[in-house]
Design a protein around this ligand. Structure first.
Ligand code: SF4
Length: 266
């Protein structure tokens, strides 16, 4: 069995507890205009230009590299295990992210099982867009589920991401009823997800779910422009300003007043 990934990030500190290795799965069924990993949306390997810095008098040059490679669960585990010492010392582990990891469920399940056999803490970071049985099975194999919640209005969700949010919300309800260990992650994208109507609806929905208490508000940082350029893709959010700390704090306080534990950042 092989999966397709596009990056393995070491020493990640925003993708769950402690120091983590984050594995980025290639391919996502959503198309969020603010995606900061545009190279993770296509399921197929693709070309991306890369700047090679010249030494001394040599000029910088642009080279094309292929983004996306196949890997077996066992080989992935060999990579993950290299940083075991950091996981043990920091209470960290591995996070499977993307792209959408649930879009490669068999590969993901096998990787999660191998981690569990080796006592490595796992987190799955997902948009929640998957058949309920797949999501439920993966949640059973994960120590922590990072559930990204974006837009509550279904029509707006469809028009911005290309898919309905009905299954996503039903999946979150399912995880909460199963009392799974879930952390909600809300990307605050100015003009897209941060309006009070959307956030008030989120607070109402999340308050109705049993066992959901942990929320991370993810501030928008306009850092993906270079990747869009190198992929030859249009960046729809390139002119949006970065996160404003004062507005973030106000949003945080409103979630705290609904009895959630809220942090800013992943
Ligand atoms: S769900 Fe995540 S990975 Fe997929 S397009 Fe949206 S932001 Fe990008």
């Amino acid at each position: 069995m092989q999966g397709i990934i596009f990056n393995i990030k070491k020493y990640a500190i925003h993708d769950g507890p402690g120091i983590r290795t984050t594995v980025f799965f290639k391919g996502c069924p959503l198309k969020c205009p603010w995606c900061h990993n545009p190279e993770g949306i296509s399921f197929a390997p693709q070309k991306m230009k890369k700047m090679i810095r010249g030494d001394g008098e040599k000029k910088n040059t642009l080279r094309e590299e292929i983004i996306g490679r196949s890997i077996s669960p066992a080989d992935l585990l060999t990579e993950i295990e290299k940083d075991r010492i950091f996981y043990e010392e920091s209470g960290g582990g591995v996070t499977f992210s993307g792209g959408e990891p649930l879009a490669q469920p068999d590969f993901l399940k096998q990787a999660l099982r191998l981690c569990r056999q080796r006592d490595i803490h796992t987190a799955t970071d997902s948009s929640g867009y998957a058949p309920a049985d797949i999501l439920s099975g993966i949640a059973d194999e994960s120590d922590l589920f990072l559930f990204d919640l974006k837009i509550m209005d279904d029509e707006k969700h469809r028009s911005l991401t290309g898919v309905s949010n009905r299954g996503i919300l039903a999946n979150l309800k399912l995880l909460s009823e199963k009392r799974k260990n879930v952390m909600i992650r809300i990307p605050l994208i100015p003009g897209y997800t941060d309006d009070e109507e959307n956030l008030a609806e989120m607070r109402g929905f999340l308050s109705s779910l049993p066992g959901i208490r942990e929320i991370a508000l993810l501030p928008f940082h306009n850092t993906a422009e270079g990747k869009y350029r190198k992929l030859g893709k249009q960046n729809a959010v390139k002119d949006i300003p970065g996160a404003d700390p004062e507005s973030m704090e106000k949003i945080r306080e409103k979630f705290v007043s609904c009895d959630f534990h809220v942090r800013i950042g992943g």
